[in-house]
Write a protein of this length. Structure first.
Length: 173
């Protein structure tokens, strides 16, 4: 990684990182929706895909507005989180327990994004990039709302379904 020496360079690096993360997420979300058995969860992943595409458009607006060029980097954190999701799909039988694990993984993604956008807003504010800050704040609100929806779905339905499914399974001898 090239040395980052200025706050502007830090902003471009972090924006490049979250851009990569969002792009990776657009490929993962349809797989998560397909792997879900809970229809509300599947719909939530599909809705978040649309939001993610809008978030990418906001980053493009920031890039255009500031006249900056993003770095061609891969967000390794998102790569790892997406790999965990793929592992969940591969290793856990389709059903409520898999749905619980898909929600857990999706919440990890949301928390990463919440942290990234929060940091970007703070940097943008310090640099006086008020338009960028406003666009980033719109995305931060969406990310927090998605996390809340996932948590609500887990508590209200999915975790209970997994518990019921486990009660129906014969104990291993």
């Amino acid at each position: 990684m090239p040395k980052i020496k200025t706050l502007e360079e830090a902003f471009v690096h972090e924006l490049s990182d979250i851009y990569s993360a969002e792009k990776q997420l657009t490929k993962a979300l349809p797989k998560l929706a397909k792997a879900s058995t809970n229809p509300d969860l599947a719909a939530g992943f599909t809705t978040h895909l649309e939001e993610t595409q809008g978030q990418i458009e906001r980053i493009d607006q920031i890039v255009d507005g500031l006249g900056i060029k993003l770095k061609r980097i891969k967000c390794l954190a998102m790569e790892g989180l997406v790999a965990e999701g793929a592992e969940t799909i591969e290793e856990i039988e389709k059903g409520p327990v898999r749905d619980v694990m898909l929600i857990a993984g999706a919440q990890k993604v949301e928390h990463y994004e919440i942290a990234s956008y929060g940091a970007l807003i703070a940097i943008a504010d310090q640099l006086g990039y008020s338009d960028a800050s406003k666009l980033l704040a719109e995305t931060l609100v969406e990310e927090k709302a998605t996390d809340e929806k996932l948590n609500g779905l887990a508590i209200s339905d999915v975790n209970k379904a997994a518990l019921s499914a486990a009660a129906d399974v014969e104990p291993a001898e």
